[in-house]
Design a protein around this ligand. Structure first.
Ligand code: NAD
Length: 498
């Protein structure tokens, strides 16, 4: 059984806490390893290493940092299968799905490789007599990332390439449920030539997170995870004087208009609802068909497909979804379904209690389809984060828009329609950060930025893209008079340049 250690200053270390947590293969239910759990001492050591590396790294030219990203891209492409297998072994998602995660991470690395132009400043000549002004973006120092289990490779790589390309050094606190991917990410950076100390990994749970949030020498924290923890991280990190971006949970709706291509919509709902067992912050968990006729026709198409979902381990190339991350998460999802049924939702397909031959101890759950869900049910209000699709029937388009706008989450949403007017109105009026029109999972490309609205995000900046350049740097504006020696006497009024 392997031990997953911290990586501080380029060296693996178990730290001094003596605490560990079991790591499982969710397909078999077997313990495959244990991860060491760090606290304040390990975070202190990682920050010391990152501080020591900062001077050299921030002085490295943006062009050289870009070259590192090009090298990382090659390493990642060569080792993509290994990265995907490492993800699947502890997360459970299918191999192809894990490869998709690697592809989206690669896009961020590619964007980060353009850092010399992303960091270009502004220059204004003659803002006053003999006075020029220039604006540049400088690195913050040591920054940290705290990441969730559901994308153990992609989410850290939403953060690290951009933070490093901007000249910062980094401390990563990954999810303790599938921690091996974080150490593999470190290996990839090392193979690409990253100097020791620029990237450090401290494993752990709340104790490690609190140490990051309170550390006086960490300038900024990027967090991705559930909303209660995002809010906590944002509040505590800001109180400690840090710049914080904290991305939280979601409840993503998809409207199906009466004029939509229902086969296309059903395909979209199957992939977006059940891909990765619904453990995606951009998963569609609520289908909102408009009118009874659309709803009945849609449900007729969905029901047999949910029943026929191919569920299996990541090693089964024909599997459409894998197991749930832990037994506790599976039981929590089962309780959500039971609560929905008790509140009056119709369970058309019930995924609870699924057993897979040869994998009897795995954390399995089939797809669940709930119909006649209403907005006051807990199964609608709460994020389930599992393979459960609710159908909430809306009278008309306006009622559907009001429903989405009233929900506390605002991460992603979609509309399926052939009506350009409705699509345009939707894009404008909907109170959600990422909107799809006939696109069920509208995750922005790496040269745009990712982020929801409302209680799906705390803080001003989205993640990756130009938003990341702004988050991971601060502005400096220099006002310079040349030639030196021009005298205009002492000025006691507020300076104006004219
Ligand atoms: P989580 O909130 O349980 O954990 C996220 C991180 O916070 C982990 O590193 C964990 O160790 C740490 N943590 C957990 N409990 C803590 C506590 N009490 N105090 C301090 N730190 C704590 O999330 P998860 O279950 O790993 O991931 C799933 C959640 O993440 C879902 O809610 C999903 O919607 C969300 N998510 C959001 C996005 C997004 O971009 N908005 C992306 C991926 C996942």
């Amino acid at each position: 059984m392997k031990t997953i250690s911290h990586i501080i200053g380029g060296l693996q270390t178990a730290g001094g806490s003596g605490q560990t947590q079991a790591v499982y293969n969710p397909a078999t239910g077997e313990q495959t390893g244990e991860v060491v759990l760090g606290g304040a001492d390990e975070v202190d050591a990682a920050v010391d290493a990152a501080k020591a590396a900062f001077a050299g790294w921030s002085e490295t030219s943006p062009a050289k940092r870009a070259k590192m990203m090009f090298a990382l891209r090659e390493v990642m492409r060569q080792r993509a299968d290994e990265i995907a297998s490492t993800i699947s072994m502890e997360h459970g998602k299918t191999h192809d799905d894990a490869l998709g995660e690697v592809t989206r991470a690669l896009e961020v690395v590619e964007f980060a490789a353009g850092i010399p132009s992303h960091l270009q400043g502004d220059f204004s000549r003659e803002v006053g007599p003999g006075i020029d002004s220039f604006v540049e973006r400088q690195a913050l120092g040591v920054v940290a990332g705290i990441t969730p289990f559901n994308f153990p490779s992609m989410v850290p790589l939403w953060m690290i390439p951009m933070a490093l390309a901007c000249g910062n050094t980094f401390v990563l606190k990954p999810s303790e449920r599938d921690p091996s991917s974080a150490n593999l990410i470190f290996d990839l950076f090392r193979e690409a030539g990253l100097p020791d100390g620029v990237l450090n990994v401290v494993h752990g749970g709340k104790t490690a997170v609190d140490a990051v949030l309170d550390h006086k020498d960490i300038s900024a924290v990027s967090f991705v995870g559930s909303t209660p923890i995002a809010e906590y991280v944002y509040t505590r990190g800001c109180a400690a004087g840090k710049r914080v971006q904290a991305l939280g949970g979601a409840k993503n709706h998809m409207i199906i208009m009466p004029d939509a291509d229902l086969d296309q919509a059903a395909d979209a709902l199957m992939g977006a609802g059940f891909g990765s067992a619904g453990e995606r912050c951009m998963a569609i968990s609520v289908a909102v068909p408009i009118g009874e006729e659309t709803a009945n026709a849609l449900v007729d198409k969905l029901k047999p497909r949910v029943e026929a979902l191919k569920i299996g381990p990541s090693t089964d190339a024909s599997a459409e979804m894998g197991p749930i991350i832990t037994a506790e998460a599976r039981d929590r999802i089962a309780n959500c379904i039971a609560a929905g049924a008790a509140e009056g939702a119709k369970v058309l397909v019930d995924g609870r209690g699924l057993k897979l031959q040869g994998y009897e101890n795995g954390f399995w759950m089939g797809g669940t389809l709930l119909d006649h869900v209403t907005k006051d049910m807990s199964v609608y209000k709460e994020e389930i984060f599992g393979p459960v699709l609710s159908v909430l029937r809306a009278r008309d388009y306006s009622q559907a828009v009001d429903l989405i706008n009233a929900h506390e989450y605002g991460n992603g949403t979609a509309i399926f329609t052939r009506d350009g007017d409705a699509a345009r109105d939707f894009a404008k009026r909907i109170q959600v950060g990422m909107v799809g029109i006939n696109v069920p999972i509208p995750v922005p490309v790496a040269y745009h930025s990712f982020g929801g609205w409302k209680r799906s995000i705390f803080g001003a900046h989205g993640i990756y893209g130009k938003e990341a350049v702004h988050f991971y740097t601060r502005l400096k504006t220099v006002t310079a008079r040349w030639p030196n020696g021009i005298r205009s006497g002492a000025q006691f009024t507020f300076p104006s340049m004219g």
